[in-house]
Design a binder for this molecule. Structure first.
Ligand SMILES: [Ca+2]
Ligand SMILES: [Ca+2]
Length: 239
């Protein structure tokens, strides 16, 4: 076999190995997962305001006699295998004293963006019929988000997508609030269950497969050029 022919065959074999290696790498590259993660979950099955999964603080200025936990929760919006169990019931109270009062959620969103708050809720006809969702960037000042909502008579899902509010992302002082209004009797009420704050983890950028392929081909080309130059220098053996 002549020396130039052997060199050409080696080069062809090398090119094929490089091609198939990177094609395999491209096909096997895992798709980036961008699923939302739950940051804080309240299922109210344990008759308290303490968070049940994750981290966060739920507080209120309701008259506490009008905040009770009742059987008849729901699986709507239940997470992590939670059973329906109980829900939280908020009552209008004597002289509808709780109109204008609120639930407050202090939940750090550090490491997350695309924040969404969701929960299952229902209300009686004399319960709170005009409830305003709000968010805060500093935990102090609150801004209305969306129009006031009226809970359905049987459990339904209510959700607030804050992905357009960039200040809520990656924020240790993020807070959320529901201000209740419209109750017209002491026993009129809203129930809430499976209150969830979730977001997408802020990922470290990962090079795309195409970028890796181009970079690698560039390096391979540079390496091949250097070998060629080395072999064609005067006095080098060219086999
Ligand atoms: Ca709890
Ligand atoms: Ca529950």
């Amino acid at each position: 076999m002549s020396t130039p022919r052997k060199a050409n065959l080696n080069q062809a074999l090398h090119s094929r190995i490089v091609f198939w290696f990177f094609l395999t790498l491209l096909l096997l590259w895992p798709a980036q997962q961008v699923n939302a993660d739950e940051i804080a979950i309240w299922n109210f099955n344990d008759s308290d305001l303490a968070v049940d999964h994750g981290a966060g603080a739920l507080t209120t200025n309701f008259n506490l006699v009008n905040l009770v936990f009742t059987l008849g929760g729901t699986s709507t919006n239940a997470r992590q295998g939670d059973v329906a169990g109980q829900s939280m019931t908020l009552q209008g109270g004597t002289s509808n004293a709780n109109n204008g009062r609120f639930l407050n959620l202090d939940v750090s969103t550090v490491g997350f963006n695309s924040i969404v708050i969701s929960f299952a809720t229902q209300g009686t006809s004399t319960g709170f019929t005009s409830n305003q969702f709000q968010y805060s960037l500093d935990g102090v000042g609150f801004v209305n988000f969306g129009a006031p909502y009226t809970p359905p008579l049987t459990f339904g899902l209510v959700s607030f997508d804050l992905s357009t509010i960039s200040g809520v992302n990656d924020n240790p002082n993020a807070a959320f609030r529901i201000v209740f209004n419209g109750a017209t009797s002491a026993s009129g009420n809203n129930r809430i269950d499976n209150l969830v704050v979730e977001g997408r983890p802020i990922a470290t950028p990962i090079p795309e497969p195409a970028s890796i392929l181009l970079l690698s081909l560039g390096l391979t080309g540079t390496l091949a050029t250097k070998i060629k130059v080395w072999r064609t220098k005067p006095g080098r053996r060219r086999d």
